[in-house]
Design a protein around this ligand. Structure first.
Ligand SMILES: Nc1nc2c(ncn2[C@@H]2O[C@H](COP(=O)(O)OP(=O)(O)OP(=O)(O)O)[C@@H](O)[C@H]2O)c(=O)[nH]1
Ligand SMILES: [Mg+2]
Length: 374
């Protein structure tokens, strides 16, 4: 298998040659893979490119790509795209060039690949990993807080390190996200990339790494923007998920059901039927519409097979009855405790609880994955 190692540099003259030496020593002992090394330098004023140029004279598998400075995300995008085009590798290895990432951890990454993962993340926040002791309290707080916000904000708490740049993955994850990644830079690039890989089904493995503080050169990260950018990414992707994901569709389908129920109720009463009969017919029509639309649209990635449809429809009706009981129960309990004047508040509370109940039942029971996963 072929691997391209992508090393972004900006003013890493003191570090890059040491790193390449260490990398070449470690990778020469990893069997079954051939490596090409691509330094992606943004015309560093300290002469990083010259140092790499000298190194290349003795090492033919080391390459240099230069460009103008547009930040780490853009450099990675440009570098990985070029590396995939030029070397046609199966895998990409990303590593910082400031000696913070120790190549000695690499055998663990390849072991994780052998164990079935296709996206391996070097992690500072799992057992065996660490952040530098000598980091100031501020830096430690930023780093731990930022990653915790991402873990829980995006809802993938099983992955612990989202902002690091030490990763080994199958090229298809970059090919698939390349277009969308153009919108992100800095730390958010790393977060968005990992997020997209998870969404497209990557099998993630985390391996512990010790992150060493850089000895030479300066950090290029502005801490003031760090938490703000992370929060912005999470909010944007959450809003996107609601608008385009199952929950947004579920709400649209529910609204259509509500309209059907109301129209049939009004038409029934207009035609002289009792309101109880009219609303019961309307409710069942809404249930049928909800079932068909949710199956065809909201959960179309988990469509129910023909032979199961009747049983699932009964389940769906029972679930809807559950929502009705929750709604009625909320109004009954609320008004008996606080008086009938507040019935609207308990109605709204009941509708909200009913929605949560329905969505949970739909995604975990009725349209649950056949293998039991969410
Ligand atoms: N080509 C390129 N590389 C960059 C740019 N910004 C950062 N890098 C490189 O990306 C890697 C990570 O950047 P760092 O500045 O070390 O960021 P960090 O690791 O989060 O922070 P420190 O370790 O504290 O410096 C290093 O190898 C940098 O040289 C950039 O704009 N262009
Ligand atoms: Mg660094």
């Amino acid at each position: 298998m072929r691997v391209v190692v992508v090393l972004p540099t900006y003013n890493e003259k003191e570090n890059i040659v040491k790193l390449l030496d260490r990398l070449l020593t470690v990778t020469s002992k990893i069997d079954g893979y051939t490596f090409s090394y691509l330094v992606v330098d943004d015309s560093s004023p300290d002469g990083t490119a010259d140092a790499v140029g000298d190194y290349q004279k003795k090492h033919k598998d080391v390459y240099l790509l230069t460009g103008k400075k547009e930040g780490l995300g853009k450099a990675l995008l440009r570098g990985i795209s070029y590396g995939l085009e030029k070397f046609r590798p199966d895998l990409v290895l990303q590593i910082d060039a400031d000696l913070s990432h120790d190549p000695a951890s690499l055998p663990l990454f390849f072991k994780a690949l052998g164990g079935g993962a296709n996206f391996v993340v070097g992690s500072r926040y799992i057992a065996g990993g660490s952040i530098p002791q000598n980091w100031g309290l501020h830096r430690k707080i930023y780093s731990v807080l930022g990653n915790t916000i991402v873990r829980f904000g995006l809802g993938f708490s099983s992955v612990h390190d989202w902002t690091g740049g030490y990763r080994l993955y199958h090229r298809k994850y970059f090919d698939e996200s390349k277009q969308a990644l153009k919108a992100h830079n800095g730390y958010v690039f790393q977060i968005a990339f990992l997020h997209m890989a998870i969404m497209s089904g990557a099998t993630i493995a985390e391996v512990p790494i010790h992150f060493t503080d850089r000895k030479f050169g300066h950090s290029k990260i502005a801490p003031s923007e760090y938490i703000r950018d992370i929060l912005e990414y999470i909010i944007r992707s959450r809003v996107h998920a609601v608008r385009h994901g199952p929950f947004g569709k579920f709400l649209v389908v529910g609204t259509i059901g509500f309209v059907i129920n109301t129209v049939i109720l009004e038409l029934g009463v207009f035609a002289g039927f009792h309101p109880t009969v009219s609303t019961a017919v309307g409710a069942e029509c809404a249930i049928i519409s909800n079932f068909i639309l949710n199956n065809a649209w909201t959960f179309n990635h988990r469509k129910i097979s023909r032979e199961k449809i009747a049983g699932k429809f009964v389940q769906f009706n029972t679930t809807s009855l559950g929502a009705l009981l929750i709604q009625t129960g909320s109004v009954a309990v609320g008004t008996s405790l606080f008086g009938t004047g507040l019935y609207r508040i308990f109605y709204i509370l009941g509708v909200g609880l009913g929605l949560i109940w329905n969505y949970w039942m739909y995604s975990h029971v009725i349209w649950r994955h056949e293998d039991g996963k969410k």
